[in-house]
Structures are given as structure tokens and as C-alpha cells.
Design a protein around this ligand. Structure first.
Ligand code: PGA
Length: 251
């Protein structure tokens, strides 16, 4: 049985105190009512060490939103995978479309990041997804296949520490979600690519999350599809009630 997951991506929101307050509220909500899925929050780097203390010993996993493509050294302002790991975080989001488009992260750069994250014992939430023009030209399948090239060199054992997140860029923060059918169609395609490049077993075991304007009102329908194993949540992860509402879609 593959894992069902709801992961939050706080992006560049919340100061440290606000982040600690949100993590604390979520911790209390989930202690009162045990979730029926894995729950992860991915926070800005500055929150990690403190939030790690808040969520320690709870069901909540913790991740960063990025890490450097270099191991260590003179890279002012960067944060390495080893540094992320040392905060107590267990996960890192890599390849988010905002990183790809605003910070020029390529398939090659992401390959380096994936390798460093895995080598340092982090699990990777690897994001893929097409922009609107690519969807309109019906090119989404080739786009995600090309983005997945950052992973093809991994062993199956390494791939077991990767979670995929399909996030159509036209749905991120826009209020416009893919339909459950659109999500299912491309998730099944992605699973097929994993089967072809790794094995049927690897494809069966990898969790593929949907991301893009996921909210309590649409999560249940999207998660009901056989190849959708949960969600990567941006805006709705910033309010405990909304995030909990999405977690409850698995009940
Ligand atoms: P959104 O963001 O839920 O605000 O659309 C999702 C994401 O970018 O991970």
C-alpha cells in the first residue's frame, strides 16, 4: 500500500512567530484527531530548527522548500541538504515550478539537488507540471516526462525516498484546479513512466501528490482518484482549519 500524504508548502509566508503558532495549532488539532494520512509541513529555512522542536514526537513531518545544488563551501546565502537535515527536517521540496521559473532551476541542477538531498538522508518531494500554453498545446505529458529526467539515474532504492507532486502551473495559486479526471489521467501517465524507467513495483509504491489550488472543498474528489495519493498544498496550508480540512478528505 503506498502512502497517502498531505504536505503543506508555506512558500515565503509567515514570520518565525507566526510559523511556530501555525505549527503548534496544527499539532494540537492532529493530537485531538489522528489523521488518516501522513502529514508534512514544508517551511522556510529559518523556521526549520524551531518548528522541528514543535513537531517532534508528533505525526507531523517537516521539510524544507529547497536546498543548494552544492555540497558546502563559499556559496553565500545558500543552504545545503546537510544543513537542512541537521535542523531535524526529514523532507525537502525540489523542482517547484516557482524555483524552475524564477530561479532558473534546470533538469541538470535538480539532478544535483536530488542527489545531495538523498545522500544526506532527506526524502524528496519532487515537483513537476506544465504551464498553461503547454497544456493548451496538449504537451503536458512530454513536459512532465522531460522534467522526470532528473530522477532517471536513481536506483530503485533511492527512488523509494522520492514522492512526486504533479502541479500544473496554471492551477498554482490561481484558484483554478485541474479536474479530478485531468489529475487522474496525468498521474496514471506519470506512474507509467516510473514503471517504464524503474519497475512496476516502483510505480506501484511511489506516492504522487496533486498540487494547485487544492482546498477542503475539492480535495475529497481529487484524492478519490486511484492514482492521486494526496496533495501538495500552498495557500490553504497557511490556515490550520483549511489544511486540516484537506487532511480530513482522507477520512
Ligand atoms: P497553491 O500552491 O495550493 O497555493 O495553489 C500549491 C503549490 O505551489 O505547491
Amino acid at each position: 500500500m503506498r502512502k497517502k500524504i498531505v504536505a503543506g508548502n508555506w512558500k515565503m509566508n509567515l514570520n518565525l512567530q507566526e510559523g511556530v503558532a501555525l505549527a503548534t495549532e496544527l499539532k494540537e488539532a492532529l493530537a485531538a484527531e489522528k489523521p488518516n494520512c501522513d502529514v508534512i509541513i514544508c517551511t522556510p529555512f529559518i523556521h526549520l530548527a524551531t518548528v522541528a522542536g514543535v513537531v517532534e514526537g508528533t505525526v507531523i513531518g517537516l521539510g524544507a522548500e529547497n536546498c543548494a545544488d552544492k555540497e558546502k563551501g563559499a556559496y553565500t546565502g545558500e543552504v545545503s541538504a546537510a544543513q537542512v537535515k541537521s535542523t531535524g527536517a526529514q523532507y525537502v521540496i525540489l523542482g517547484h515550478s516557482e524555483r524552475r521559473s524564477y530561479y532558473g532551476e534546470t533538469v541538470e541542477i535538480l539532478k544535483e539537488k536530488v542527489d545531495l538531498a538523498l545522500a544526506n538522508g532527506l526524502k524528496v518531494i519532487f515537483c513537476i507540471g506544465e504551464v498553461l500554453e503547454e497544456r493548451e498545446a496538449n504537451k503536458q505529458n512530454e513536459v512532465v516526462a522531460a522534467q522526470l529526467e532528473s530522477l532517471y539515474h536513481l536506483t530503485e532504492e533511492q527512488l523509494a525516498n522520492v514522492i512526486l507532486a504533479y502541479e500544473p502551473v496554471w492551477a498554482i495559486g490561481t484558484g483554478k484546479t485541474a479536474t479530478a479526471e485531468q489529475a487522474q489521467e496525468i498521474h496514471a501517465f506519470i506512474r507509467g513512466i516510473i514503471a517504464g524507467n524503474f519497475s512496476e513495483k516502483a510505480a506501484e509504491e511511489i506516492s504522487i501528490l496533486y498540487g494547485g489550488s487544492c482546498k477542503p472543498s475539492n480535495a475529497k474528489e481529487i484524492f478519490s482518484k486511484p492514482d492521486v495519493d494526496g496533495g501538495l498544498i500552498g495557500g490553504a496550508a497557511l490556515k490550520c482549519a483549511d489544511f486540516k480540512g484537506i487532511i480530513d478528505a482522507w477520512n
